[in-house]
Design a protein around this ligand. Sequence first.
Ligand code: NAP
Length: 411
Amino acid sequence: MRFEKISPPEEGKKIEYKNGKLIVPDNPIIPYIVGDGIGRDVVPAALDVLNAAAEKIGKEVVWFRIYAGEDAYKMYGTYLPEDTLNAIREYRVAIKGPLTTPVGGGYRSLNVTIRQTLDLYACVRPVYYIDGVPSPLKNPENVDIVIFRENTEDVYAGIEWPKGSKEAISIIEFLSKMGAKIREDSGIGIKPISEYATKRLVRLAIKYAIENGRKSVTLVHKGNIMKYTEGAFRDWGYEVAKEEFPELTITEDELWEKYNGNQPEDKIVIKDRIADNMFQQLLTRTAEYDVLAMPNLNGDYMSDFAAGLVGGLGIAPGSNIGDGMGVFEPVHGSAPKYAGQNKVNPTAEILSGALMFEFLGWKDGAELIKKAIEVTIKSRIVTYDIHRHVGGKLVGTKEFALAVIENMQSL
Ligand code: NAP
């Protein structure tokens, strides 16, 4: 038996992957995870919107429920069953709600485990302004960036040991022989960053920039301090551009030396910024940034910060992309205090579905969803997170999704 406790739907067809391309039927089977906390509010709402959009473009998603988090624990006695990973492997594209991660102890992040086990090496998060959403910026319409965050390495690789463990003590002893002094009562975490993982991430970011008419790719790093990890990330990033896209990219130096600052239409500028500077640049010189590529930890901070610039976590979608595989999820977490209250904003989950449609090649469906959300928010039908700043008609999660579906019908 392929699966222990779940059965795939009888209708629908599998998405295939051949010669580096996804082959998507008109009625793909797509697994979904409701997840923890507000997952039970936002995921059903998002699926309703996605169904309506698919129908409008003559397609149908055949949903296949799979389990992770608390639901999985009740069914399987484990938070991330093999059934779930196998279903994503087999069906290639999935959408999920948030999953809770305990802080300090307990089990490792299920989200990180899913990304690492399935080698979903790029966390891709577009951040752009939706008219009508309150923003702390004067010109939020200048925010239109796409963050490519490396997903498998860095201090997130999970190579860490607590204070006093035999592993931590032996590493401290080993390093002291190499002249590094580390206090004995230290916890130890390791930060690996490889040429292989850096290059495949930056390659994907550059390809995205080329395919979507973007102007620049900025490598965001702390290479001034962590030279052989973050600094190497920058160097390898420039190398990919030079070796694999020589006709289509120029560096920022070349932009000034060869082109006097006038960017040729057919070239993407590759630049780099130190991460701390990048935060303030996004505030002060917002329009100068476009696609951003960075290691795992920088990307985690930057994603929430960027989401905050355009109205917060309730509207920020995300995706985890590997070769021929994608898992789509909002940037926000499980916000347990709001779970089951039909209160939170489902926009981030819905827009994650729009990203999934783009990944499937259903660009018209994705546009339809984005437009319907814009129209809805602009007409001031909003959930609490937006309502508290600008007022309007306050609705719950379900009602917001219904309004989006209704607005979609007239597009
Ligand atoms: P969070 O769940 O993202 O919630 C933080 C705050 O963001 C909420 O209190 C709320 O702000 C706002 N927010 C989040 N989702 C919203 C939505 N859909 N609509 C409106 N506002 C929303 O972050 P957290 O409290 O730090 O994390 C809770 C759990 O989620 C943790 O276990 C964490 O590890 C996990 N997590 C999971 C993922 C994932 O599954 N990919 C990602 C991040 C975190 P207000 O309180 O101001 O209303």
